[in-house]
Design a protein around this ligand. Structure first.
Ligand SMILES: Cc1cc2nc3c(=O)[nH]c(=O)nc-3n(C[C@H](O)[C@H](O)[C@H](O)COP(=O)(O)O)c2cc1C
Ligand code: SF4
Ligand code: FES
Length: 588
């Protein structure tokens, strides 16, 4: 199944009509769309890729182009339109209406960036940059350790200031340095050194390209697997013994997931999740920028063990540098393969947090709106294109090679306070050294701050922390000695999720943080179910009152947790409930 036409390619239903209904495309728009699509197959699942091509070329999606694209792909106009309008990064404009300004500046105003002054940037920039530049607020762009973070078109601006943004706009320096010039692509020039003291520091050195990775024994393991030197059952047992659990947030045991998918009938596929949208999380980007092949080999081994014949990698649109890097490294891998490769496709998100949820991601890869599916059936049974799907977070498969080569005991040998394994903590907020800190599972936040983060920022006293990003709740500093791991926080109404730890100080308020998080959830709710769509909006409105109506918020939270389809609506009340439970002094 490595020719792109194997059993795991999309099971398409032909929707081509003999004559088109509704609006007819104009010849010029049709010709332009045809030119952009070239000889690419007009597959439904490529719809979002095609929308990107048009948006990249024309700066917006005009009605005329959408009609032409629908005709070209044999889709109803509504199918194209509903997808185009679902994603934040697509600008749909009426024919004849002005396209948005050529330059868009996005300033992240999720929690860590708000703490670092994003609001002031958002206030000042529109006036200073003028009419030709559009300034938008954006949800977390995965650079929380560089807060406040912004992008000028596709150029990331770490530690953003008005001056830095003005300079990039003036120079029309709009692409990620890594993506600008493919010929002189040098990833080592744009990654910052990874300063991760502690037990696992050697696993992530400076940038490792294809040649270096292979020279150091990379891809030997997958080649051996394919040559029959390893038994899949034995490998799955090793994964089970390592105790590795899904690092996308849900913590499902990895070995068990492989076993479940392996037991399903062929054909099967693998879907890799690099959506990394949970505010506070940036660990996948940090590893991907440094060691992409460790991830790719882990993916190939996982797919081999589960007998998945194709791998679809879903990368968030905000990671333009990572996309350039992955495209480059995948091309190298395919040009000089160490073994037979399955179909590997890289897909580009379009700005929607909900597409990190596994079934929404699958919908998005299929070229649709990212709306979570009802379960059962689970994606392991009926997933991408209707096939049983092994779905994994980037970091989960990143560890596969190390675990299998060094042994499950190596991974399980780390751990503190009674817990086992390693965790990649994305730490941001009021600490001296924010960043991705690889530490033992079970470390407490107090230990993390003191041993890894250089302590609190000068002038700040530790007040509260988020143990697991926007969804994981908020705890007071008095509860700083809980081991951080799966299962240890549930009894306190919290979750570790993707291990995104945000530190608040005495200069912050938990209520302000909770309001920021609810504003995020309200904006990112896909709108499919009422408790989440209406509940997030209603909760935010209540939280904006000078005095919180705690009983009403409690009732609303319960309804959202009980009746929402997916984890977004179920976890959105966590910050509210934590504030009422632990920070009563702020709302009374
Ligand atoms: C609202 C929501 C957003 C999510 N976002 C991500 C994400 O950005 N990346 C990710 O890997 N998992 C995310 N997840 C978890 C996935 O649904 C899924 O559990 C995970 O990707 C499975 O892979 P794993 O077992 O390797 O963790 C999200 C879940 C929810 C409910
Ligand atoms: S809970 Fe929210 S995000 Fe999830 S499906 Fe329902 S409306 Fe969409
Ligand atoms: S980049 Fe701003 S909060 Fe993550």
């Amino acid at each position: 199944m490595n020719d792109g036409a194997g059993a795991a390619t999309p099971a398409r239903k032909s929707k081509v009509r003999a004559t088109l209904k509704g609006r007819q495309p104009k010849p010029q728009a049709r010709a332009e769309v045809r030119q952009m699509l070239g000889d690419a197959p007009r597959r439904r699942d490529l719809l979002i890729e095609f929308l990107h091509r048009i948006q990249d070329r024309y700066g917006a999606l005009s009605d005329g182009h959408l009609v032409a694209l629908a005709a070209e792909m044999g889709l109803a106009m509504t199918e194209v339109y509903e997808v185009a309008t679902f994603y934040h990064h697509f600008d749909v404009v009426k024919d004849g209406a002005a396209a948005p300004p050529a330059v868009t500046v996005r300033v992240c105003d999720s929690l860590s960036c708000e703490l670092a002054g994003a609001k002031a940037l958002l206030d000042k920039l529109p006036k200073l940059l003028g009419k030709d530049v559009r300034v938008l607020h954006a949800p977390c762009i995965g650079r929380c350790e560089q807060a406040p973070a912004a992008t000028v078109h596709q150029h990331p601006v770490p530690h953003a200031t008005v001056e830095k943004i003005q300079a990039l706009v003036k120079a029309r320096d709009l692409s990620h340095p890594a993506a600008r010039d493919r010929a002189t692509f040098a990833p080592e020039s744009f990654i910052e050194p990874l300063d991760t003291p502690g037990p696992g520091s050697t696993v992530s050195p400076a940038y490792v390209g294809y040649d270096t990775y292979r020279k150091a024994g990379g891809y030997r393991l997958i080649a051996e697997c394919l040559a029959g030197a390893h038994d899949a059952e034995a490998l799955i047992q090793k994964m089970e013994h390592s105790g590795l659990r899904g690092l996308g947030g849900a913590g499902f045991p990895t070995g068990r997931k492989w076993r479940i998918v392996r037991a399903e009938a062929q054909p099967k596929v693998a879907a890799l999740n690099i959506d990394e949208g949970e505010p506070g999380t940036f660990k996948d980007r940090v590893y991907l920028e440094r060691d992409p092949h460790r991830f790719l080999e882990g993916m190939l081994i996982a797919a081999w063990a589960a007998q998945a014949g194709a791998c679809y990698i879903y990368l968030r649109d905000e990671y333009h540098g990572c996309r350039a890097l992955l495209e480059r490294e995948l091309a190298r891998l395919k040009a000089d393969p160490p073994c037979a490769l399955p179909v590997i496709e890289l897909r580009r998100g379009a700005g929607a947090y909900i597409c990190g949820e596994e079934s929404a991601m699958i919908e998005s890869i299929e070229g649709k709106r990212g709306m979570p599916r009802l379960r059962p059936p689970y994606v392991a049974q009926v997933g991408l294109f209707g096939y049983p799907t092994l779905e994994h977070n980037f970091e989960t498969v990143y560890w596969v090679r190390d675990i299998l080569e060094k042994g499950p005991e190596w991974f399980a040998g780390f751990g503190r306070n009674g817990r086992k394994g390693l965790r990649s903590f994305s730490v941001s907020g009021r600490v001296k050294k924010p960043g991705m800190h690889l530490a033992s599972a079970g470390i407490t936040v107090r230990e993390l701050i003191d041993e890894y983060c250089g302590g609190m920022l000068d002038g700040h006293r530790f007040y509260a922390y988020l143990p697991g990003g926007a969804s994981g709740g908020i705890l007071p500093a008095t509860m700083a000695d809980i081991p951080l791991d799966f299962d240890t926080l549930n009894q306190h109404g919290c979750l570790i999720g993707s291990a995104a730890v945000v530190i608040l100080s005495d200069q912050d308020r938990a209520t302000d943080a909770a309001r920021n998080l609810l504003a995020f959830f309200k904006e990112e709710s896909c709108g499919q179910c009422t408790p989440c769509r209406v509940g997030t909006a209603k909760a935010l409105a209540l939280m904006q009152q000078p005095k919180w109506d705690a009983p009403l918020l409690q009732e609303l939270s319960q309804a959202m947790m009980d009746a929402s389809i997916c984890g977004l609506g179920q976890a959105a009340p966590n910050p509210i409930l934590c504030v009422t439970k632990y920070f009563g002094h702020e709302i009374s």
